[in-house]
Design a protein around this ligand. Structure first.
Ligand SMILES: Nc1ncnc2c1ncn2[C@@H]1O[C@H](COP(=O)(O)OP(=O)(O)OP(=O)(O)O)[C@@H](O)[C@H]1O
Ligand SMILES: [Mg+2]
Length: 409
């Protein structure tokens, strides 16, 4: 029996565990905090964690030596090791090297996770021309003001969930921004920041599976619904249109520039007046329902493909991904604060046109505190449609229904 090890997981990785179960593989989950998953995932998805055949608990799943020792002590064989959690991609790649397993180039992941190095490498290799400076602490920003072009964009050198990502429209805004960014004390967020050209336009992402150096299977491009500048509340797939090929080329150029030669990726691109420009590369499958959307549109299991690739079992026709229909996810969020007095049931939402999945991130009786991050999602729907716009309309209608039947106060 094949043994597949997961180092922590995001929402998409739950389906990878389920995929292993269906295929008859042994799924092993390494975690340093099982309780954290209860905060991350809707209650209705938690049962998928129980599908793991074995859970290995370590004090710190980001500690290479510790995880390696635990794996060697507790498993007699490992056929594949991967992660869906952004914060564990580097350690997973290093573990693959140490264990002689198929995995990504750790150096490429290190570049992707350092937003200053990422910009510098793209510039040097001719993959993009977004200018960027690094400051070691946000307090260095005022001294730079005279040398900056406005608007500019600030974000932590190492970050996630758009924490600390803000546009700075003019020099006069600097004191307020310094004040607000000085207070960040989140795990995995660096005190160093990048100050870069501000990109204006629509945000899209390209999903890919890289099967070897320079060999990328493009799953497709999806759009993104963003509110309050950075809170993601929806996406739809597959985006067509004149710019699609240029977007895909840009994303592939980024992977080649950083040397990402094996594995899944989720590449974020901004469509500006001067063409597509890179925002960031995530060296993993997109989370938050993204992989489910891709599966519905392509009739394949994206997470399953990654597992099979790691096992060396993925058959590679010239083109792996075809688009059979549209798919879209969308969340109900609100700026209202208070107790959720009424919420439509998952069954009622499920009956609406095109709805394939419903995830309740909050329940009746919960208190909601307004709209400030991706943790503000209350209800999420996943819909299909004849094509991307149709799926997007179905998702929008389902969320209108949820909004009309929810009472908060
Ligand atoms: N140079 C830029 N110009 C304009 N907006 C940007 C720029 N860089 C990032 N952004 C915006 O800020 C958001 C967060 O940036 P980025 O994706 O690099 O950080 P993150 O915190 O790792 O992301 P995520 O929210 O995807 O985890 C992007 O989705 C995009 O909307
Ligand atoms: Mg991002």
């Amino acid at each position: 029996m094949k043994t597949v090890v997961f180092i922590e997981t995001n929402f998409s990785g739950l389906d990878a565990i389920q995929y292993c179960k269906h295929q008859g593989y042994r799924a092993v989950l390494v975690t340093d905090n099982f309780e954290r998953f209860k905060k991350w995932f809707p209650a209705s998805a938690m049962h998928k964690l129980d599908l793991a055949d074995q859970v290995i608990t370590v004090a710190d799943s980001n500690d290479f030596d510790q995880v390696l020792a635990a794996l060697r002590a507790q498993l007699s064989r490992i056929d594949a090791l991967l992660t869906f959690a952004e914060i564990r991609t580097l350690v997973a790649a290093r573990l693959c090297r140490a264990l002689g397993l198929r995995g990504s180039n750790p150096e490429a992941i290190a570049i992707a996770q350092d937003k200053a190095r990422f910009r510098q490498v793209l510039m040097t290799r001719g993959a993009d021309d977004v200018r960027c400076r690094r400051i070691e602490h946000i307090d260095e920003l005022p001294a730079l003001a005279g040398a900056l072009d406005f608007p500019c964009f600030l974000k932590p050198v190492q970050g996630h969930s758009s924490i600390g990502a803000v546009a700075c429209p003019e020099a006069a805004a600097i004191p307020g921004i310094v004040e607000s960014l000085r207070g960040i004390s989140e795990d995995w967020i660096s005190p160093a920041f990048v100050v870069e050209d501000c990109l204006r336009g629509e945000l899209v992402s390209v999903e890919m599976l890289t099967t070897g150096p320079g060999r990328h299977q493009v799953v497709g491009v999806s759009d993104r619904d963003v509110v309050k500048d950075s809170i993601e509340i929806g996406a739809s797939f597959p985006l067509q249109g004149a710019q699609r090929e240029a977007i895909e080329r840009k994303a592939m150029a980024a992977l080649d520039a950083i040397g990402y030669d094996f594995g899944a990726s989720h590449v974020e691109v901004m469509l500006t007046d001067s063409g597509p420009h890179l925002v960031e590369v995530n060296t993993r499958v997109g989370g938050s329902g993204h992989s489910v959307m891709l599966d519905l549109a392509t009739a394949r299991s994206i997470v399953g493909d990654w597992v099979e690739l790691c096992l060396g079992q993925l058959e590679l026709p010239r083109r792996l991904y075809q688009h059979h229909r549209g798919a879209a996810w969308k969340c109900f969020v609100t700026a209202d604060q208070g107790v959720i007095r009424r919420l439509p049931s998952a069954q009622d939402i499920q009956r609406l046109h095109g709805v394939q999945h419903v995830w309740l991130h909050r329940e009746q009786g919960d208190t909601v505190g307004g709209l400030d991050s991706n943790y503000s999602w209350i209800v999420q729907v996943m819909c299909t449609g004849n094509d991307q716009p149709d799926a997007k309309r179905n998702a929008a209608r389902a969320i209108e229904f949820v909004a009309g039947h929810t009472v908060i106060g």
